[in-house]
Design a protein around this ligand. Sequence first.
Ligand SMILES: C[S@@+](CC[C@H](N)C(=O)[O-])C[C@H]1O[C@@H](n2cnc3c(N)ncnc32)[C@H](O)[C@@H]1O
Length: 334
Amino acid sequence: MFRYFGSKASTASVVANIALDGYKDATVADAFGGLGNIGAEFKKRGCSVTACDLLHFPNAFQHVRLVCEGLPNFSRVRKFLGVDSEEDILSYLNSQFSDGCWFAKEYAEARGFFTATNAAKIGAVWLKIKSWKNLELIDIDEEKFLIASLLNSMDAVANTAGTYYAYLKGWDRKSLKEFSFEWYRGVVKGPKGIAVRGDALSYLTDKSFEILYLDPPYNGRDYSRYYHLPETLAKFEEVSIDSNSKCGQPILRSTVGTQIRNAMKLPYLMELINSVHWERLVVQYADGAHICLNELKQALGGQGTLTVHEIPALGYQSTNGTRQHTHHVFVIDK
Ligand SMILES: C[S@@+](CC[C@H](N)C(=O)[O-])C[C@H]1O[C@@H](n2cnc3c(N)ncnc32)[C@H](O)[C@@H]1O
């Protein structure tokens, strides 16, 4: 699975059980949805989930997990290619190769994020998906499914310690494996949800949910910089790359960093909490993060009846292994 800062994959099931205690088939907002790990657990338990994220590529993962009801059938692409099945589309994509493409030049030739062969394959698949989008051969489910599948398959052979902020000096073992485009197996059974690409406060203000779940950014690490490459690919933009940037950031840097940094602060969270109509608020927060735990507990306590759960969690995964953390799950009932 795509490695992501702050991923709640290791705690999602426990947190969903805590959050839903006493509820059945609830309406839930996952304001900072990320890759949709928590949203998917809520959906599995019968909830109707709305998730937000400022970035395009987490939105693609969320869309597959919360909105899609199965592997799309790609009827127009199949007709266009003259093939019968989704398996044929996989074989077709895996036969593509473009060693002169923008992606191969920037992220293999100029910077060792991928081997030359893998970059030629990844770049070629991306160009195909982009051309199908331009030709209007894919609908929104198909587009999100294709891009989430590409990013998930790409991340499995990336020569990185987990983010796209730097590539490794030598070739990591996984980066030497041959790239293969595989369908992302993220579809979850349950009520069809909503995945919104945008600011949580702007979208969720004045909306009503039984449960508001918050897993905000924990520190000043700017997701838009650390994950610039998947974000560029998810936007289908062949952007000009800053030749002075070792990790190949676009010349025009993303501007969402300020919004992300703002969202890690207590005033933003309190404004969000006060702008959404909820019955139960659930906030998941780690030790040692930006907001001091006592300050957070005090602010949340003023919103209703507060219970706090402490759960063990696995921290961010890198080549150095995982770190054990404690997560605090604050549950507030109005
Ligand atoms: C801690 S991560 C969430 C991880 C997620 N629960 C998971 O398991 O993958 C925080 C997420 O909030 C997003 N984010 C930051 N500021 C935001 C905002 N103002 N509105 C919506 N999403 C935001 C980030 O892009 C990031 O994906």
